[in-house]
Design a protein around this ligand. Structure first.
Ligand SMILES: *Cc1c(COP(=O)(O)O)cnc(C)c1O
Length: 352
């Protein structure tokens, strides 16, 4: 019988802080495609593979961390979860809370959430609180709330989040047959870069990979605390998912960068949007702006001659483009041609 994917906790139970018989909260997350990108590969002179995390149940990698965080919440007997979010954490938390029968409270920076993500939190029945501040300020509030009230925090400062998210590194090794030379991903609150490094290290230590990749992280220029070397007060970028000035997992991200011999660099919003269009037009993958940052970073590195020839490079694209169609379509001229119901007219309109 064909193997039916059981979600990341069941698939990687030996590497998870759970046991057979635990009340696993899952929507079947993980098992996402690793897609070879031939044109991009020849552009940068390497073998480039795209890990398509927008294929997760709520459309972003956050689901990998939410299955583990929510499973622990249920084990602990808590009833209410809370998170701060630039959009995808709330979408994922709301979905998993709905599935597990938990109450979900989300704090969102007012006016900075993509419409699709907002819709997800609403349809899954989360209690939305919009905060007249940025993500970092929302996170301060929910951390305080979870210390003083009976609500469980499911942001990536919750260690169960990273335990689940490290599974993406396992999958990449399983899909390639070994670790890549370089792994690239966007960096916002820095939970994911920390989780990938944990996952690659664990797999190598267990003898399931012969090596560990260098980690190349990419931030948006207007929200690049790691590149500047200090927190940023008013982060700004079109890539709202990484519009974060004071990353919670600072030390872990620095360790991932330095232990792996990698780097964290910044790209402009224009480079991000160009990479988003390239992924959609040349690779066939529609991602949200933040997810295009590593591709923009890869192209910039290649232009500087920093990409080792023939290296195997995996890039995580973190979220689905359908979440934020407004940004993707901004500036594009869309003039649909209307024709009568007629084959000749169709051929004429197509220049055939
Ligand atoms: C959350 C998120 C990020 C940033 O991940 P961090 O773990 O906060 O660094 C990047 N892209 C998307 C689409 C996200 O949802």
């Amino acid at each position: 019988m064909a193997h039916v994917w059981g979600g990341i906790i069941r698939e990687y139970l030996d590497h998870m802080p759970f046991a057979e018989g635990d009340p696993i909260v899952t929507l079947g997350e993980g098992g996402t495609p690793l897609v070879h990108a031939p044109t991009l590969s020849s552009t940068v002179g390497a073998e480039v593979f795209i890990k398509v995390e927008g294929m997760n149940p709520s459309g972003s990698f956050k689901d990998r961390g939410m299955t583990s965080a929510m499973t622990q919440v249920v084990k602990d007997g808590d009833h209410t979860v809370v998170c701060a979010s630039t959009g995808n954490t709330s979408a994922s938390a709301a979905a998993y809370a709905a599935h597990a029968g938990l109450t979900c409270v989300v704090m969102l920076p007012v006016g900075k959430i993509a419409a699709g993500k907002m819709a997800q939190a609403i349809v899954h029945g989360a209690k939305l609180v919009q905060v007249d501040g940025n993500f970092d300020e929302c996170l301060d509030i929910v951390r305080d709330l979870s210390e003083r009230y009976p609500v469980a925090l499911v942001n990536s400062v919750n260690p169960y989040r990273l335990q689940g998210q490290k599974s993406a590194a396992f999958e990449i090794v399983d899909q390639l047959g070994d670790a890549p030379d370089i792994h690239m991903l966007p960096v916002g609150n820095a939970g994911n870069i920390s989780a990938y490094w944990m996952g690659f290290k664990e797999y190598a230590d267990a003898g399931l990979a012969t090596r560990r990749p260098r980690i190349w992280g990419v931030q948006a220029e207007g929200a690049a605390p790691f590149v500047r070397g200090h927190p940023i007060k008013d982060p700004e970028t079109v890539a709202t998912a990484i519009r974060i000035g004071n990353p919670a997992s600072w030390d872990l991200a620095i360790a991932a960068r330095d232990e792996s011999g990698g780097w964290i660099r910044a790209v402009s919003d224009a480079e991000i949007l160009a990479a988003q269009a390239l992924l959609a037009g040349d690779v066939g993958i529609f991602v949200e702006p933040a997810s295009a940052a590593p591709i923009a970073g890869l192209l910039a590195a290649a232009a500087k001659g920093d990409v080792p020839r023939g290296a195997t490079i995996t890039c995580t694209v973190t979220g689905n483009g359908l979440k934020d169609t407004a940004t993707a379509l901004a500036g594009r001229e869309i003039e649909p041609v209307v024709i009568p119901v007629d084959v000749e007219a169709a051929a004429a309109a197509l220049g055939l």
